[in-house]
Design a protein around this ligand. Structure first.
Ligand SMILES: [Zn+2]
Length: 458
């Protein structure tokens, strides 16, 4: 540590303390203060920790969470920027908070969730360190912020190019993600599904219909969801690579977990993965790949998979009186469609709550809801008692669901969250709340006044 970097750490810690005393969240500002004093502070704070960066459109937080559990199962110490602060200032704040006043972080690993566009600014200071980079997938997301999905891909590429010795962990089934294999690296691993995981054949490849190298339309041996699956290009030969960690069979779907068979670096392994929904299987496979790279024994990996829990709206369950509330966070069409696939496997005879805001963090352009397969949900939601609408965009959501074939008689608008929770509690029924990011934050804040809730710290 230099004098400058030490002063920067002090400034950051003091800023955090002052913000907390003032009752304000301290996610980004301390990082900004620190960087003004010492722009390359991350280089100093990272020290000789091993770094695992996780980026991609969907699944970053859950993947980080499972990786952290894996590292702890090995008996190593780890810190994460688990406050959802995945832009540069947030990451710097997390590092400063984890550091002593002398600027030392006494942990073996840093697991860093990185926003796709911010990856480069974060990892540019890690060029000479031991870095593993996981790219979960790439889907169209909040178009108004990043533009085309290939533009996002090039931002990730620019980030990875800062890390000539990186160990790359890529989603084999995503033609966009997989194309990152040609950036300089020391080791390269793939995870993916070796088999279609759903019986039905509904899929939508429109985020990546054409070959990234030659623009020929992709062919598929099988689909999992979105544009993910066994893709290949008949013209230039670009194709899905064999997965080092590949799911070979779903033995049983349960409501909040699934029992699966996997090929893990050549060994056939059966495990129960305690995360709901198929999209979470991808997150688990990514985390298993990292766990193998850190030499966690297979029986420990299986043990962690059987114990992981979801958090912050990723199918989090909360008991409110006699009513069970299940929260699902939705950010883009692919994520929403996966939530719908989860829902149609449930017994939908209680309440559905659709909460949508169009604040910056939600994405201000709501047109993507036209791509969500509400028609599929409508088929399975005939026994639903009530459809509640909340948040800022109730009109758009009502129109969309009505056009999808939902029974309008069951619709009601309840913008007051507290009244809504009272209604859900009085029903005593299972309720599924499908919420955009800021709507989730607002509703959780209100719910925390009613029941003890794991605080989502900022
Ligand atoms: Zn091609």
């Amino acid at each position: 540590m230099s004098i400058r970097s030490t002063i920067a750490v002090w400034a950051g810690k003091l800023t955090t303390k002052i913000l907390k005393l003032a009752g304000k969240g301290a996610t980004a500002l301390p990082g900004k203060v620190v960087r003004n004093i010492c722009p390359d502070i991350l280089k100093y704070l990272a020290g000789d920790m091993k770094i695992i960066c996780v980026t991609g459109t969907n699944g970053k937080t859950t993947t980080c969470h499972v990786i952290r559990d894996m590292i702890e199962a090995k008996g190593n110490t780890v810190f994460c920027n688990d406050a959802g602060a995945n832009l540069l200032n947030g990451v710097v704040s997390a590092f400063v908070n984890a550091a002593s006043w002398g600027g030392k972080i006494n942990r073996d690993y840093a697991v860093v969730e990185c926003d796709e566009a911010a990856l480069k600014s974060i990892v540019q200071h890690f060029g000479d360190k031991d870095v593993t980079a996981v790219v979960t997938n790439l889907f169209r997301d909040q178009l108004d912020r990043y533009g085309d999905v290939r533009n996002t891909l090039s931002k990730i590429r620019a980030g990875l190019e800062q890390l000539p010795n990186v160990k790359l962990v890529l989603n084999a089934d995503c033609s966009l993600t997989s194309s990152l294999s040609d950036v300089p690296h020391s080791e390269l691993y793939y995870f993916g599904m070796n088999t279609p995981i759903y019986d039905d054949t509904t899929f939508n490849v429109e985020d990546a219909p054409n070959c990234i190298h030659c623009e020929e339309e992709y062919q598929y041996d099988y689909h999992t969801f979105g544009h993910l699956g066994g893709f290949y290009c008949g013209k230039c030969g670009y194709k899905r690579q064999p997965a080092n960690v590949g799911l070979t069979k779903v033995i049983e779907w349960k409501s909040a977990s699934s029992v699966v068979e996997m090929d893990v670096f050549g060994d056939t392994i059966e495990a129960e993965i305690c995360l709901p929904g198929a999209y979470n299987l991808y997150n688990a496979l990514a985390a298993i790949t990292v766990a193998k790279l850190i030499d966690l024994p297979m029986e420990e990996i299986v043990s962690v998979l059987g114990k992981v829990t979801t958090h912050f709206g990723r199918m989090e369950q909360v008991q409110l009186g006699d009513a069970n509330l299940t929260f699902a966070l939705v950010k883009n069409p692919t994520g929403y469609n996966e939530v719908i696939r989860y829902l149609i496997r449930q017994n939908l005879d209680g309440n559905l709550v659709f909460g949508m805001n169009d604040n910056y963090a939600d994405g201000t352009d709501l047109s993507w809801i036209s791509d969500v397969e509400f028609e599929r949900l409508a088929e399975y939601a005939k026994d639903v008692k009530n459809c509640y609408f909340t948040g800022k965009c109730v009109d758009d959501m009502q129109q969309r669901l009505e056009s999808a074939g939902f029974d309008k008689e069951k619709f009601s608008v309840e913008k007051d969250y507290k009244t809504l929770f009272t209604k859900l509690q009085q029903s005593g029924q299972q309720s599924y709340l499908i919420l955009s990011y800021t709507c989730m934050l607002e509703m959780r804040d209100k719910l925390a006044e009613l029941v003890p809730l794991k605080k989502y710290e900022s």
